[in-house]
Ligand binder design. Structure first.
Ligand SMILES: NC(=O)c1ccc[n+]([C@@H]2O[C@H](COP(=O)([O-])OP(=O)(O)OC[C@H]3O[C@@H](n4cnc5c(N)ncnc54)[C@H](OP(=O)(O)O)[C@@H]3O)[C@@H](O)[C@H]2O)c1
Length: 237
């Protein structure tokens, strides 16, 4: 029997990459899935790729009024996963302060606004997608690491505050998703290949790897306050 049968799953950032894979995995496991993001076109394209009967919702995690209206309208969810983020990266002294603030607003405060408004069933879960830079910082991505660390701290506090709802995070290493498409094809290839060479598993992550980790958190009733690292061994190698 499908392990998420008769559950309602909402994936913020479900129109691309990791969020899309989480939506696909959840739908395959029998859940009624809704994917949400800013762009109706990207949502429609993702729904077509997933090729299952899923719902889409245009929702910007920067718009608190829209978030509150959305949750008031849609009732109780069993599982809410926040995989949405649009964050500029770069060396601190080169990145405009406005871009740095926008990155924090998108990933940290976006997740906070969703957590604050979401209506989740008592047996349900809230899951954040953070990232390996929280543990394994990199020059040129200090802010990303700080945002992910802040989100993991928020997760631990909310685990206590929202109990019995289970609150967790998955922390991916480098995953080949459209996140990297703002780079030239050659530069993207170079980053993916050099990372794969460095990692004990010999490859970079796939969105489906992270979706498997999220699935584990959704179906495992004893998992709460966890950060599941899914990074090909990168954090300790
Ligand atoms: N890929 C990696 O190597 C990697 C590594 C570690 C951590 N992560 C983290 O994993 C998460 C997902 O990344 P990804 O690789 O799947 O990136 P992605 O392919 O670029 O997907 C990002 C998703 O977020 C949505 N989004 C962005 N801003 C939004 C907003 N304000 N409101 C609602 N939706 C919004 C996008 O859709 P729209 O454009 O339609 O809004 C898209 O669906 C991010 O938090 C990222 O930091 C990724």
């Amino acid at each position: 029997m499908a392990s998420l049968a008769n559950t309602r799953v909402l994936v913020l950032g479900g129109s691309s990459g990791i969020g899309e894979a989480i939506a696909r995995r959840s739908a395959e496991s029998g859940a009624a899935v809704t994917i949400a993001s800013r762009s109706a076109d990207r949502l429609a394209a993702a729904a077509e790729r997933i090729a299952r009967d899923i719902d889409t919702a245009v929702l910007d995690t920067g718009d608190n009024d829209a978030i509150e209206a959305f949750f008031a309208e849609h009732g109780l969810w069993d599982h809410v996963i926040v995989s949405s983020a649009d964050t500029a990266r770069g060396p601190m002294r080169e990145m405009p302060l406005a871009d740095a603030y926008a990155a924090m607003d998108s990933k940290f405060w976006g997740a906070y606004r969703i957590a604050r408004a979401a209506r989740i069933a008592e047996h349900g879960t809230l899951t954040f997608v953070t990232g390996f830079l929280a543990e394994r910082p990199a020059a040129g991505a200090a802010l990303q690491g700080a945002i992910n660390a802040a989100l993991e701290g928020l997760m631990r506090g909310l685990m206590l505050e929202l109990a019995p709802v289970r609150v967790n995070a998955v922390s991916p290493g480098l995953v080949d998703t459209p996140l990297w498409d703002n780079l030239s094809t050659a530069r993207k290839r170079e980053i993916l290949d050099s990372t794969a060479d460095r990692l004990p598993v010999g490859r970079v992550g796939r969105a489906g790897d992270v979706a498997n980790a999220v699935h584990y958190l959704l179906i495992t009733g004893f998992a709460s306050g966890s950060v599941v690292r899914i990074d090909g061994g990168g954090a300790i190698s």
